[in-house]
Unconditional design. Structure first.
Length: 534
């Protein structure tokens, strides 16, 4: 047989096998919870992406970033599968193929070799240990997943070579088995694509999650669920402005950002527990029922993502219910030598805050959002909320709180982002929209302003390129940790105009006017809208 034909067939067969392998892995991931190679390599993949590029992806693509990255990784796996297919002719021409069961046996040998290389070399490189000893699923599940995936890959590879007549000495599969294998591969691919699309696009569709995982959806232990709209009435009178953000963000509109490439943790509250250890007098382990039985606090708080760009929408406000972190740390007996309080999540995410921040009476472990169970995408069963810090510090799906005597670099800090995470003063124009067409005369300009735990004391508007500034009307905030709505009545003259906004925080400091990118510690700069007045 010609070497060129064998190589081209190997490349094609390997790519098809790569598609089949990825499809089987995706089905296993979403149906059985088995890890894909992308799950195992996720930390290394995201760590390899420069912070500037990652920030750009979050800023520009937002919810589209995950599906696009997922698609890119699938294409990469298909390409690597094609390259591995180039080695098949050498193995297929070996003595194994002369046996009556040559193709299946050869496929298993190839799958075993690839599994050994992955388990002994690749997985340690990506930080999962030999054969996944450091992986959450454990080495047995990881090893079986790899072996099954590679076996599917090798069988598809062998079937394509068999139908092509290469190598000639290989025992042929009968036509019935070929059709069965082809149908199975095609069906697997279609099911995987549908399943992946459901999880990738469905999780960010904006629909509030009312379940946690299977039958645990109704597990509340005394917690009353309210599925109706938030009970607080909308702003009345002069604050009923079309296009202006509501003081309370509905769950379906609350921003969602997650590091996870495939799907977020779906935890069962009946099996969930919170461990508090490290520099404490008493190691504590709380069940969900224990958590709900503790004295609760209720409050309003605005959350903002550190990747929120100037004028961006990665900022939202909700009503929360939970337990003060201070109470939990007091129960455990926090040692004053503690430098950082580390929050560990079920998805291997971790971040930390200084002990003083964790002991702030406003910091809490919450389990309700807008009078309903905390949705899955927002951290069910429980998440951390700390005052004045960007979302990276407000850890979701928390399972452990650890007190340590040294500094701690969390998931994003290891990738070049700030460890302080203090929220910059920001203001945003909601109406009119950028590049809008408005009528001459009295025109309402309105939006939001936020400065974390410092509050907002003033918002100013400029309609003359920043030469002069006029005070906007401020609505009293729902709470000290919530954003403030503002509005300004502008007598708009005909022509083109620019609207500038700037806010002053509760300490009297005006927001930084010069634009700064989101990386590494959040965006700064004035929001500017250009409008045409007719």
């Amino acid at each position: 047989m010609g070497m060129g034909r064998a190589r081209s067939t190997g490349l094609f067969a390997g790519m098809v096998g790569g598609i089949a392998m990825a499809s089987v892995q995706v089905i296993g991931r979403f149906s059985l919870g088995t890890p894909t190679f992308f799950d195992l390599a996720e930390n290394s993949i995201t760590r390899a992406i420069p912070p500037v590029i990652f920030g750009y992806l979050l800023d520009r693509l937002q919810f589209s970033a995950k599906p696009l990255l997922f698609g890119g990784l699938i294409l990469a796996q298909v390409f690597v599968g094609g390259l591995l297919g180039l080695f098949w002719p050498v193995l297929a021409d070996s003595r194994l193929t002369r046996h009556q069961h040559g193709l299946p046996l050869t496929s298993l040998v190839y799958a075993g070799v690839l599994s050994m290389v992955t388990g002994l070399v690749i997985l340690p490189i990506v930080g999962q240990g030999v054969f996944g000893t450091q992986a959450p699923n454990g080495p047995i599940v990881v090893s079986l997943t790899l072996l099954i995936g590679y076996a599917i890959y090798a069988l598809v590879l062998a079937a394509i070579f068999d139908t092509s007549g290469i190598p000639a000495r290989t025992t042929r599969l009968d036509s019935g088995r070929r059709r069965l294998l082809s149908s199975a591969v095609a069906g697997t691919v279609l099911i995987a694509i549908g399943d992946a699309a459901l999880h990738l696009f469905g999780e960010n569709s904006g629909a509030p999650a009312t379940t946690a995982s299977g039958s645990s959806a109704n597990f509340a232990t005394g917690l009353t669920l309210v599925t109706a709209a938030y009970p607080l009435p909308p702003p009345a009178g002069d604050w009923m402005i079309p296009g202006l953000s509501s003081e309370i963000t509905p769950v379906k509109d609350f921003y969602v950002v997650s590091k996870n490439l495939f799907s977020d943790p779906h935890l069962d509250a009946r099996r969930w527990s919170l461990q508090i250890d490290g520099l404490v007098d008493h190691r504590i382990q709380l069940t969900y029922a224990n958590l709900l039985s503790l004295p609760a606090v209720e409050f309003y708080q605005t959350l903002e993502c550190i990747s929120n760009e100037i004028g961006g929408d990665l900022i939202s406000t909700a009503w929360w219910r939970g337990v003060r972190l201070k109470d939990l740390l007091t129960m455990a007996g926090a040692n004053p030598r503690t430098v950082k309080v580390v929050f560990h999540a079920a998805d291997d995410y971790a971040d930390s805050v200084p002990l003083a921040v964790a002991l702030d009476p406003r910091a809490a472990l919450v389990y309700q959002m807008n009078r309903a169970l905390l949705p899955v995408e927002h951290g069910y069963p429980a998440r951390i909320l700390v005052p004045g810090r960007y979302g990276i510090k407000n850890v979701k799906w928390v399972t452990r709180i650890e007190l340590v005597a040294e500094d701690f670099k969390g998931y994003w800090q290891q990738r070049g982002w700030t460890d302080d995470g203090r929220i910059h003063t920001m203001s945003r124009i909601d109406v009119p929209k950028d590049h809008a067409l408005v009528n001459a005369g009295r025109t309402t300009i309105a939006g939001i302003a936020f400065a974390g735990d410092r509050g907002i004391s003033r918002v100013q508007i400029s309609v003359d390129e920043g030469k002069t500034w006029q005070d906007a009307l401020l609505k009293p905030p729902l709470a000290s940790l919530a954003w403030r709505l503002w509005q300004y009545q502008w007598d708009a003259p005909p022509g083109n105009g620019s609207i500038f906004v700037q806010a002053t925080d509760g300490t009297g400091r005006v927001q930084w006017p010069l634009p700064q990118d989101t990386v590494p510690d959040g965006a700064t700069g004035q929001d500017v809208h250009v409008v045409r007045v007719k």
